[in-house]
Design a binder for this molecule. Sequence first.
Ligand code: NAG
Ligand code: NAG
Ligand code: NAG
Ligand code: NAG
Ligand code: NAG
Ligand code: NAG
Ligand code: NAG
Ligand code: NAG
Ligand code: NAG
Ligand code: NAG
Ligand code: NAG
Ligand code: NAG
Length: 827
Amino acid sequence: MKILKMLHVLIGCLVLGVTARGQKNPGFISIDCGAPTDYHDDQLDIYYKADAAFVDSGTSMQVSTQVIQQQIKNLRMFPDGTRNCYTLTLDEGKGNTYLVRATFWYGDYDGKNQTPSFDLHIDVNYWVTMNSSSWIYEEIIYTPPRDYIQVCLVNTGSGVPFISALELRLLDNSIYQINSGALVTNWRYNLGSINSYRHPQDVYDRIWNNITFSGGLSSVSNTTAVVTSTSNDAYKVPPEVLMTATQVQNVTDPLSLLWSSNNSTAIWSIYFHFAELQLQQNHVREFTVNVLDDFVGTILLENLKPVTLASSPVAGLSLNLTIKATARSTLPPLLNAVEIFNVAQLPNPPTFLDDFNAMYDVKKTYGVIMASWQGDPCVPTRYSWSRLHCNNDSSPRIVSVNLSSSGLEGLIATSISNLTAVVSLDLSNNSLTGSVPDFLAQMPSLKVLNLSGNNLSGSIPLTLLKKKADGSLLLSLDGNPSLCQSDNCQTSNVKLKTKGIFSAPIIAAMAAVPVLILLGALALLWKIRRRQIQNVTTISTTSNSIGGSARILRLSKNRPFTSTEVTRITDNFRTIIGEGAFGKVYFGRLDDGTEVAVQLLMVIHHRNLVSLIGYCKEFENMTLIYEFMFNGNVQKNLSGLEYLHDGCKPPIVHRDLKTPNILLNENMQAKIADFGLSKAFATEHDTHISTCPAGTPGYLDPDFGIVLFELITGHPAIIRSPKGSNMHILHWVTPLIERGDIQSIVDPRLNGQFSINSAWRAVEIAMSCVPMMAVQRPDMNRVLSELKECLTAEISSERSQRMGNSKRRSESFRMTSIDVDIAPSAR
Ligand SMILES: *[C@@H]1O[C@H](CO)[C@@H](O)[C@H](O)[C@H]1NC(C)=O
Ligand SMILES: *[C@@H]1O[C@H](CO)[C@@H](O)[C@H](O)[C@H]1NC(C)=O
Ligand SMILES: *[C@@H]1O[C@H](CO)[C@@H](O)[C@H](O)[C@H]1NC(C)=O
Ligand SMILES: *[C@@H]1O[C@H](CO)[C@@H](O)[C@H](O)[C@H]1NC(C)=O
Ligand SMILES: *[C@@H]1O[C@H](CO)[C@@H](O)[C@H](O)[C@H]1NC(C)=O
Ligand SMILES: *[C@@H]1O[C@H](CO)[C@@H](O)[C@H](O)[C@H]1NC(C)=O
Ligand SMILES: *[C@@H]1O[C@H](CO)[C@@H](O)[C@H](O)[C@H]1NC(C)=O
Ligand SMILES: *[C@@H]1O[C@H](CO)[C@@H](O)[C@H](O)[C@H]1NC(C)=O
Ligand SMILES: *[C@@H]1O[C@H](CO)[C@@H](O)[C@H](O)[C@H]1NC(C)=O
Ligand SMILES: *[C@@H]1O[C@H](CO)[C@@H](O)[C@H](O)[C@H]1NC(C)=O
Ligand SMILES: *[C@@H]1O[C@H](CO)[C@@H](O)[C@H](O)[C@H]1NC(C)=O
Ligand SMILES: *[C@@H]1O[C@H](CO)[C@@H](O)[C@H](O)[C@H]1NC(C)=O
């Protein structure tokens, strides 16, 4: 469809201006592709650069024939990769209009005498298909969306793409109207002339080619005319071009130019340039301009004053330009110069800029030479970079990067931190060195991070470990010998001691809860548990390492800990001992030997930091150090089942008495704790109107009977059935009580070794505590005394059953002081 697309520009046709050396062509980027050195083209007065700084692929070649113009002597061909690109960085930045020109001359550089055909892209959009053995150039007028323009050659399977020269010219933004698209130059005529012009006559270095017509058309020129009034005219058509024109001889005849196109979908945009050259008194030159059947405008020419008329975009197979004198015109129509463009659509948006820049930095940092890593990382989808995936956002984002086994060396590039949509980052099996950067933990979308098989060193950022621990990041760091993963950077390794488990059941409870009832309940618990442990010793030892939990310890000597200390204290977050409201809780040991629980917090909501042993605040992360409760929580010891601590987000009120919150230290001393204290504090004044007053499903406060039932049965408050349906412990136990089946009620792990009387008594006490209405429940003192009686009965029953072992027994029931602590949440 190209109109007179082949251009044989003969240097002899160019009227060469006087070279004014010195200025290095502001607004120009001029690249002689494949040229060995930079040079100044004296005839054009343009400085050309070799292309090495603009492209990182391809091979330099020289045409086999003699050439008369320097720029086409060398070329760069791209045998590798599907898409290869030049990147032009724009000094003036995005949003300006540029003319971009790519020049090609095959010149049988490869001796195959076979002209290749390939596509040209401007940034992420198709520009034109090349298929010419002649000297040809392609031009586009384009407003880039970014501070760079990439011109890409795309191999379409019809030969090796090549390019001879690439030129960029900054235009005045007010002249060519391109809206959202671009203008692809079809032709630019200097009418009525035998001379072609470009720079330096044309300040924008547009190429105006000579053309003359025969037939009814004649050439007009006034070589002595000086078109002076161009200074206000941003089109700046060179006076040399305007000094000639084509006109019809008879004023009544129209000046008609016709081109045909094979492309019915082509959209045309025509720019007409006029100037009156013949000063004639009492004459008028006025005419109308039509493109196809569309009226473009009426022009009344003033002597030597240039006028430009632009058509609206128009579609059509043939292009019929008609210039016709008006009735009052005494002179025939004329035309000095014309530009014929195709309007190109630019449908594809480029990759999100931060992602684009980050990937180019990665490419630069590691010198990753992958053939596909050219042009835009994501767009067009067909040519997107290997080793990464993008989404379909309006400005596509990179969602995964896999540079596994890519020979990467050096530090992990900080620019990776800008890949904020990346979900999966695989840098495994390279030679990366240095530390694991903290920013990896700040990447908001990152879910998979594989750094294994590198030479990373130092310690792992806390924040990253936390994300790994809470399951929000799949982190792989294996095979980094110098990386301080756990033991190797730690001299004093924490070894959990196993002595003294369950040796002295001292039961305590805290503040606002009915202390005494709990005391009794836990005494019973101990009684039952002790038996269990005797039989199932593995449970107790297992719970040493995994069942620990923590409570807040009140110390006045709060002090900050560094993250390094916290890492050391927790032996690199080796042992998870519980799950708090704000994250995982780890076992740790202070330098003085104090065992502590360490909870990593993302956000600190509450003001009770005074209750802590200390805290660590570094970067965005806060760590709280608590006293360690060696034996974990009652629930863990009780049933070993995970308890679904869900729903009921509002307040974990301090009335939230439940087995997971009753913690046991190594002396089986019980304390109530709750890591959701902040929330409790926030709702301190409205515990009665909270949407979930019981705090946790299953514990219908103040039904302490539920806790008792858990202790007796070894089941959690909500019993999960294999079929997936959940059953409240009361619904489970009630039919058993009605059947009198005490053996099925009591925790089977006791192997029936309990006094049936005491067991029934405990069940009765528990039952008496469960009614919904407070008045139907016994008062706490009564419950306590009944539990004590129950306990005494059980003790004597056991005494009578068992001989010896007196030491153990005496320890078991040494009830010492009641440690009435004040829960922080109650203050
Ligand atoms: C249109 O196509 C015909 C045949 O396919 C060809 O001969 C002609 O040169 C083409 N015209 C243009 C302007 O490309
Ligand atoms: C290139 O042009 C030649 C001759 O005009 C034609 O035979 C060939 O099919 C074209 N190649 C492509 C890929 O369009
Ligand atoms: C331009 O002028 C030269 C010499 O005057 C001529 O050989 C050439 O054919 C002309 N070009 C066109 C397109 O008319
Ligand atoms: C101009 O055209 C008109 C009508 O077409 C004709 O009568 C006249 O003779 C022509 N003049 C010249 C100078 O050719
Ligand atoms: C026809 O023109 C349209 C619009 O410029 C362009 O998208 C399309 O590729 C052209 N088709 C051919 C065969 O050149
Ligand atoms: C050319 O222009 C000059 C004024 O610049 C004018 O004096 C002269 O008459 C013009 N020549 C012709 C042939 O029109
Ligand atoms: C070109 O357009 C003019 C006016 O619009 C018309 O008179 C003329 O016949 C057209 N020519 C062709 C070849 O379509
Ligand atoms: C993006 O859209 C294209 C076509 O609309 C589809 O083929 C492709 O699978 C989409 N990609 C993603 C990642 O959704
Ligand atoms: C990365 O690519 C390798 C193969 O090149 C593959 O084995 C590995 O699973 C990929 N990683 C991810 C996270 O998909
Ligand atoms: C690691 O990379 C090397 C080459 O760099 C490759 O030979 C080896 O198979 C890769 N190993 C894995 C596990 O991907
Ligand atoms: C991340 O992107 C911002 C904004 O584009 C930029 O200023 C910053 O330099 C980038 N950071 C890195 C490390 O590349
Ligand atoms: C991390 O990469 C290594 C080597 O490529 C691979 O063996 C390992 O399975 C990967 N780990 C994960 C979690 O994908």
